[in-house]
Write a protein that binds this ligand. Structure first.
Ligand SMILES: *Cc1c(COP(=O)(O)O)cnc(C)c1O
Length: 312
């Protein structure tokens, strides 16, 4: 990846003249089966551009109470777009229940903000959304004249877990954001993918936000490398997470939730604290209750984690 970055052919992307950025955007559009893609600095920027491009001031988007696009993005849609969120609780399987979405859609009445957009998250806490669920949300959106955005920061983990091409997921949505960083291993960068018209609008907002980058091919080359080399291997991360979850269950019972590359360790403090202390003493550092596998955690590392759990 570093070698590809150093060898990247570059131009001025603000003028659409960086060949490496253009290749990345074309490849992403093709992989997602959508018309157009935009290379952006972060997943947060990709989601914000989607919200600004789908909604006007006084419009509303429906999202999960703990969704990244609602809870973890500093209220950007409200601050910069005058767009109101309507948060709803996620079901434990990461879905926003279709009936709850339907009930939250505001009638066309001068008292209310205009509901315009539904925002789903895939994966949510590592859990991939089923295609059947996406079909039912997409059907509701089209019946109600709403757009559907997917915060697909980890959508490739979902595609690999469901064993479907990512375009089977994307085609159910109007826009998808995806992180090239995180599991795919690029140092920086995300993509927003959708129809040509919507991506044109997003490109203007990206410039407005100061996200127009010049010789961005240097970092786009990392994204291209990630799409070409680091997608299928996500299955390794999922297998590693499963093995660690199995070791935890053997030792601590069934309080471990694991999906794709994430593990949630719901243990009482009196059990968790000594476990973490023991693991640290073995040289294994983990976040308290949310453990995430990625390409830099190798086979040997997984074996060490499992050994540390077994000997706890
Ligand atoms: C990480 C993440 C983002 C945002 O990505 P950044 O590149 O960190 O801004 C958006 N949504 C989800 C679900 C994420 O996990």
């Amino acid at each position: 990846m570093r070698a590809a970055m150093s060898a990247a052919e570059v131009g001025d992307d603000v003028y659409g003249e960086d060949p490496t950025v253009n290749r990345l955007e074309a490849l992403a559009a093709e992989r997602f089966g959508m018309q157009s893609a935009l290379f952006v600095t972060s997943g947060t920027q990709a989601n914000l551009l989607a919200l600004l491009s789908h909604c006007q001031r006084g419009d509303e988007f429906i999202a999960g109470q703990t969704a990244h696009a609602y809870r973890f993005e500093a209220g950007g849609a409200a601050v910069l777009g005058g767009i109101q969120p309507q948060p709803l609780p996620f079901a434990s399987n990461g879905e926003l229940p279709v009936d709850a979405i339907r009930a939250a859609i505001k009638p066309d009445n001068i008292h209310f903000a205009r509901t315009r957009l539904v925002c789903v998250e895939n994966t949510h806490n590592g859990i991939p959304l089923s295609l059947g669920y996406l079909d039912s949300v997409a059907a509701l959106c089209s019946e109600q004249g709403l757009a559907l955005h997917m915060d697909g920061a980890r959508v490739f983990n979902a595609a690999v877990a469901l064993d479907v091409p990512v375009q089977d997921i994307a085609q159910r949505c109007d826009t998808v954001s995806v992180c090239l960083s995180k599991g795919l291993g690029a140092p920086v960068g995300s993509l927003l993918i959708g129809s040509a018209g919507l991506i044109d609008r997003a490109r203007r907002y990206r410039k407005m936000l100061g996200g127009g980058m010049r010789q961005a091919g240097v970092i786009a080359a990392a994204g291209l490398w990630a799409l070409e080399h680091n997608v299928r291997r996500l299955a390794d991360d999922h297998a590693h997470a499963e093995r660690i979850a199995a070791a935890l269950r053997d030792r601590f019972g069934d309080t471990i939730r694991q999906a794709t590359n994430m593990l949630f360790v719901d243990l009482p403090e009196a059990v968790l604290a000594p476990l973490l202390a023991h693991m640290r003493a073995q040289g294994v550092y983990v976040h308290r209750e949310r453990w995430v596998l990625h390409r830099d955690v190798l086979e040997d590392d997984v074996a060490r984690v499992i050994e540390a759990i077994r000997s706890a």
